[in-house]
Design a protein. Structure first.
Length: 74
């Protein structure tokens, strides 16, 4: 199953990962591919976070049916 960093900024990162991955896999992948550099590391934006603009935590990938996109913040 393919996983990749879709985009990254100073304080946020978006990953495309298999839907079946639990949160700890997602966090480990993000930290391995693009280390956060803060004491607390990356954390997943949760449903209801204003930064998601009304979207869910996990959004269907338009290219890979088995994957979803997840936003993480420092």
């Amino acid at each position: 199953m393919a996983a990749e960093v879709v985009r990254s900024g100073v304080l946020s990162i978006q990953v495309c990962v298999p839907k079946s991955w639990p949160d700890d896999y997602v966090l480990n992948f993000a930290e391995t591919e693009n280390p956060c550099g803060t004491t607390n590391g990356w954390h997943i934006r949760r449903h209801g976070d204003e930064s998601l603009g009304g979207c869910d935590e996990r959004v269907q990938c338009s290219s890979i049916e088995e994957n979803c996109h997840i936003m993480l913040d420092a």
